[in-house]
Design a protein. Structure first.
Length: 134
């Protein structure tokens, strides 16, 4: 069911500082920031040869990453995103296995303009998992 690793997401308290780390310290190519108001985050993507790193900072009140940054004030790995061919079939399979889908269970459009879902970390080895339709 699982396809490629699409990205690893790192929550940061200050996106400009995170961009500087990836551009200057690590010498990577970083996209322009984009606001994702439906997800309560502002994001950039770091392009790597085999995958991407997503840097996230909170956007607006009640951002879903605000609590994570309270616990991890320097930032940290927030989620990993796997591609699936059919997000509805993947969701139905996971739910049948007892994995909980966050929110109302329906895919939302993610930062790549493709449907995404998030799965509860307690059901998946302590890791918040995003699925993205390939
Ligand atoms: Co993501």
């Amino acid at each position: 069911m699982l396809g490629r690793l699409n990205h690893v997401a790192i929550a940061v308290p200050d996106l400009a500082a995170g961009i500087a780390v990836y551009q200057n310290t690590l010498g990577a190519k970083v996209s322009a920031p984009q606001d994702e108001p439906d997800h309560g985050v502002r994001v950039v993507f770091v392009e790597l040869p085999n995958t991407k790193i997503e840097l996230l900072e909170p956007l607006g009140e009640g951002s879903p990453i605000a609590g994570f940054l309270e616990k991890n004030p320097a930032g940290g790995i927030h989620h990993i995103c796997y591609e699936v061919d059919d997000i509805i079939a993947a969701r139905d399979h996971l739910q049948a296995q007892g994995a909980r889908v966050l929110g109302d269970g329906e895919p939302k459009i993610g930062a790549h303009k493709k449907p995404v879902l998030f799965l509860h970390p307690k059901d998946l080895c302590g890791t918040l998992v995003e699925l993205e339709q390939a």
